[in-house]
Design a protein around this ligand. Structure first.
Ligand code: DP6
Length: 335
């Protein structure tokens, strides 16, 4: 039974993990096997409008202007999130979802985190649910775990590991550290192996998976402490270690995200560091390297990275805000 519907628009931003999530617990809650800590970024956004509508025969998803096939992966993942909202809100109507990224999809910044964060918030509000952010994050996590972190601003952690239930929360606000991120875009092509697939393969066959899980917990704890102490250098060191451990573990299972240009950029970051600069690298499930840097070394670092063969362009971003509703339009409907 559905009555009136609202068209609600929510905006959310991508995040990058400084202490990475890689691997899941058994069960259907999509709870990470390790705790993670990320930074939500400003300057790029996904904007998503959801409207439940009794006249629709099925959910509709329009992504960056293109209507997605109802049986395609994107539409099915969105519909699964809507099903959870419908069952909590006793709504039966299908919904129209219109979602746009204002950053290029191949920019190297995961759009699934901002996408599912914006969708979760818009869907919850459109269904009339007044859930707190933690509950919206729980919903987003079930679709894509990193999306739970994009609900919050600044530096955010997501619980993971044995006995964890996958709760996300802010650890420190966006201005807690003098912190900038330079994204080295190394290809315009979409990645070949999704994070979900890559994790599955890693868990199934990496000889280093147990060591990764154990090490990731220690890195997360140390990262949290360094962040709260305002220690940029320690946060950067730990971030690079987390990324390299994740990729070493995945590589051993045949899951390869790095390319030649990624490794050239990593070598450049390490040699800048040898020359005395406080710059650090992180790499997600794709070939783009992200460089962590303080404002004072931003220009010199950007220039050095832009000169590397295979780095197509360098995007600049910084810590930013969480998901929020930007528009809510009540619609009159006849019974
Ligand atoms: C390397 O959150 O995309 O970016 O939960 O299966 O959708 P699913 O995976 P996803 O994985 C993100 C992996 C990562 C590290 C991180 O963001 O913590």
């Amino acid at each position: 039974m559905t009555s009136a519907t609202h068209a609600v628009t929510a905006v959310a931003h991508p995040n990058i993990a400084l202490a990475k999530y890689w691997g899941k617990l058994d069960g259907d809650g999509n709870v990470p096997a390790v705790p993670s800590l990320s930074v939500t970024l400003e300057g790029m956004a996904t904007s998503t409008t959801v409207a439940f509508d009794d006249s629709l025969a099925h959910d509709e998803l329009v992504l960056n202007g293109a209507l997605q096939p109802a049986d395609g992966r994107a539409a099915l993942r969105a519909a699964a999130l809507l099903d959870r909202v419908r069952s909590s809100a006793s709504v039966s109507a299908h919904a129209r979802i219109v979602s746009n990224n204002d950053f290029p999809t191949a920019s190297g910044l995961a759009s699934s985190a901002s996408g599912f964060a914006a969708l979760a918030l818009a869907a919850v509000r459109a269904a009339g649910l007044d859930w707190p952010a933690t509950r919206v994050a729980d919903l987003a996590r079930r679709s894509s775990a990193s999306a739970a972190r994009s609900i919050f601003s600044g530096f955010v952690e997501l619980e993971g590991g044995r006995d964890a239930s996958g709760v996300a929360r802010q650890v420190a606000p966006a201005d807690a550290l003098d912190f900038r991120v330079l994204v080295c875009v190394t290809t315009e092509a979409a990645k070949a192996t999704s994070s979900t697939e890559g994790m599955k393969q890693t868990q199934a066959s990496s000889p280093y998976y147990a060591a990764w899980v154990e090490n990731a917990q220690r890195i997360h704890r140390a990262m949290r402490e360094a962040l709260l102490a305002g220690d940029f250098v320690r946060v950067g060191e730990l971030a690079e270690r987390s990324a390299l451990a994740m990729h070493a573990c995945a590589l051993a299972a045949g899951v390869v995200y790095v390319r030649g240009a990624t490794l050239d950029a990593l070598a450049a970051v390490q040699s800048m560091r040898k020359a005395g600069m406080a710059v650090f690298a992180t790499i997600d499930a794709g070939p783009h390297l992200k460089c962590l840097v303080r404002t004072s070394e931003l220009d010199a670092t950007r220039d050095a990275l832009a000169r590397i063969d295979g780095v197509l362009r360098v995007l600049e971003t910084r810590p930013g805000g969480g998901a929020r509703v930007v528009e809510s339009m009540p619609k009159e409907r006849s019974a």
